[in-house]
Design a protein around this ligand. Sequence first.
Ligand SMILES: Nc1nc2c(ncn2[C@@H]2O[C@H](COP(=O)(O)OP(=O)(O)O)[C@@H](O)[C@H]2O)c(=O)[nH]1
Ligand SMILES: [Mg+2]
Length: 375
Amino acid sequence: MDSLETALAVPNSSEKSNTSGLATIAAIATPLGRGGVGVIRLSGSRAYDMACALTGKSAFTPRMASFCRFYQADGTVIDEGLVLFFKGPYSFTGEDVIELQGHGGVILQNQLLARVFELGAKQASAGEFSYRAFDNDKLDLVQAEAIADAIDATSAAAASSAIRSLSGEFSQKINQLLEQLIHLRLHVEAAIDFPDEEDVDFLSDGVIQSKLEQTQDKIQQVLATAKQGQLLRDGIHVVLAGRPNAGKSSLLNRLAGQERAIVTDVAGTTRDTLQETVVLNGLTLHLTDTAGLRETEDTVERIGIERARTAITQADMLLMVYDVTRDVEEESTPLQLAEQLFGELPEAKRLLIIANKSDLLSDNDKEKKCCYDPS
Ligand SMILES: Nc1nc2c(ncn2[C@@H]2O[C@H](COP(=O)(O)OP(=O)(O)O)[C@@H](O)[C@H]2O)c(=O)[nH]1
Ligand SMILES: [Mg+2]
């Protein structure tokens, strides 16, 4: 240890002036609870001095881990661990950042944080580290959002999509679009401001028109990617719908890997909608099993069917399960059944038609009833 005196001294605020004008902030960066390691992060112009005062060390080398003890003002040891120093602007926030890696217990972490506050740090508010990173041009808004998405990701696919955004892939696309639009605007303004000059009569030759159309196409592509990203992040709402007894609940149970829904051969067994979240190939699916769609006098079943219809309109993807032995007549196709059951579906909604109970058909019938050409 360099000097215990330094550890005991609360930094003199007139000496350690806050050059950036912003308070040095601190927060526990790891989840509170039992853990091998708990990290407290500090950011701001006084972070370095606070680390010196906390540990009694007089210097830290950027990006080198230093093993230290963390002291209370009276010299008692709170904990021991590593100090990492990231000198601004080469840090997450662009300011001086200190990471204190102590042990991961609730008491120890809270004591260490309290000591850092005593040394003059302020509690960081939610998102403040990211905000400072944004303010110092270390991150743009898309990347800041990507951090929250990566942390909240409930599936591997969502996490890797967020990390791709964080690396700036999505921001780059947005910035390219912005540049194209600015470029187009300049041309249009020039054509309006100098209408008599032949050289600047860009509007009439159709070039601007086609560039504008190309940009519109790219915007559509970006919107589609964004929708996909949203589905990955929040999970896809998949609704199982069809006639009673088609096998919807059996499919839900199979996908969920447990007997979640009641399955019987009595039509109208499922009355209420029932939800189960599963992760399939890294994708989060929120599955909703619904009451079979049919005309009924039964009050409870009717309410169930209304709920099914609401779920169908809200779904990202619709799985129409049909019983191949019963639900489709000789001359009709499953798509006609879908139209009959759901009416006209909005284009964006994906419909997946599932021919169920094919095990009850002969091989010859299977070919006929389960495979059809939707065109
Ligand atoms: N043979 C056969 N029976 C099935 C299949 N899927 C479901 N069933 C039976 O069909 C009946 C109705 O199933 P259920 O999942 O409750 O249908 P739902 O009303 O659409 O939810 C039950 O007796 C199931 O055991 C299948 O693939 N093959
Ligand atoms: Mg059912």
